[in-house]
Design a protein. Structure first.
Length: 118
């Protein structure tokens, strides 16, 4: 069965160059926003002191989760004069990297070294 597509003045064309241009512009805007996001995250990495919102962007944790960690004293923070919360990025980095897990290769290497000592 062959389907024939007839021109109809009441129906928009199947393909529009203007529509394609809008799609390209939207894709470019998304790429620009993505790059700006990456720059913003990089800038947070350069700051030494972060507020909860910046820490959220830096770590990817939700702000509510950060407040929960603060209330449980599980994350290093400062609260000068019982005011706003601030976080030392270097202390946060150390906190994030605590309790590292060893890779399979590291475990094998340690096992090999252990067996060679005997």
């Amino acid at each position: 069965m062959t389907i024939v597509n007839f021109y109809c003045p009441f129906r928009p064309p199947l393909f529009s160059f203007a529509g394609q241009h809008q799609k390209n512009a939207a894709m470019e805007n998304e790429q620009i926003l993505h790059k700006l996001n990456r720059i913003e995250k990089f800038m947070f990495g350069l700051k030494d002191i972060l507020n909860p919102e910046e820490l959220s962007e830096y770590t990817g944790f939700k702000v509510s989760y950060i407040y929960k960690l603060v209330s449980q004293s599980k994350i290093p923070y400062s609260k000068p004069n019982n005011g706003a919360l601030f976080f030392d990025r270097k202390k946060i980095d150390d906190w994030l990297l605590q309790n590292p897990s060893k890779s399979e290769a590291e475990i094998r290497k340690e096992a090999l070294q252990y067996t060679r000592k005997k």
